[in-house]
Design a protein around this ligand. Structure first.
Ligand code: GLP
Length: 260
């Protein structure tokens, strides 16, 4: 995979923003996969800045979220439907009718998961999938031991992920136990993967995903199977990488025609 190590979070947001902008420049009706969590927030802010400045038009884009909590009441501000509407659809001026989030309130969750897979396929698949990574290596909500062949389905969150995400809720008990998430097999079908990570808390997960063995214990290592995966990290998140110098050389020598 391509590993781009940059000085700080603003650089990560700018370079990841360049990748998304280039995909949409080539295909104005591109299909974006959007992640929630704090990792991509800067990328969305960067894209919103370009949209506001008139440099980028995302109005023809279709978007699919990676995942959603199960069982939150309708309109809960931390449901991913609400987060995506607030952080992505509004600021990026996406067409709300083209923004999709798994239905975590469905009476039949298995049917909702299958419908989500059909919707992605019906849109022609995802052109570029933005990803964060959890401290335990999870992508989407594919927790350790998730199958590399998994599709959108119900998952149980680990205690660690619930503790990590408790900061968004009034109390740790309020964090749902279950979710619907695109599977690793679903994610691997996106035509391009773009994982962003910032900060030292992600250094171990980034090193395991990029340089560790291919193992379901680190779901992020599934990216090694993808022919076009780009990992954009700041110095702190890159701290555990063995081939740091090599990644820097590759990026510095990247031919102009290959950017972004
Ligand atoms: C969250 C999301 C993931 C995200 C990851 C990291 O719970 N379901 O899509 O990438 O965990 O979160 P953060 O970016 O807040 O560190």
């Amino acid at each position: 995979m391509e590993v781009i190590v940059l000085p700080g979070p603003d650089d990560v947001a700018r370079v990841a923003g360049d990748v998304v902008a280039e995909v949409v420049r080539r295909r104005p009706d591109a299909v974006l996969g959007v992640a929630t969590g704090s990792s991509p927030v800067g990328v969305y802010a960067e894209l919103a800045r370009r949209v506001t400045a008139g440099d980028l038009d995302l109005s023809g884009v279709t978007a699919f979220a990676l995942d959603e909590y199960v069982g939150l009441p309708d309109g809960h501000p931390e449901s991913y439907a609400a987060v995506v509407a607030r952080d992505v659809t509004g600021p990026l001026r996406l067409d709300p009718a083209r923004v999709h989030v798994p239905d975590g309130r469905a009476a039949d969750l298995e049917a909702a998961a299958e419908a989500y897979e059909r919707a992605i396929a019906g849109a022609g698949g995802i052109d570029v999938q933005l990803l964060g990574i959890g401290a335990n290596g999870h992508v989407g909500f594919n927790e350790p031991t998730s199958s590399f062949g998994s599709r959108t389905r119900i998952k149980t969150l680990t205690a660690r992920t619930r503790a990590d995400n408790a900061r968004f809720f009034a109390s740790p008990e309020e964090v749902p136990l279950h979710c619907l998430t695109q599977g690793l097999g679903t994610i691997l079908e996106a035509r391009r993967l773009l994982l962003v990570a910032q900060g030292e808390a992600k250094a171990d997960a980034v090193a395991a995903a990029v340089e560790g063995p291919l193992t379901s214990m680190c779901p992020g290592s599934a990216l090694q199977l993808h022919p076009r995966a780009t990992v954009v990290v700041d110095e702190a998140a890159a701290a555990g990488l063995t081939l740091l110098g090599h990644y820097r050389e590759v990026y510095a020598a990247k031919p102009a025609w290959q950017r972004p």
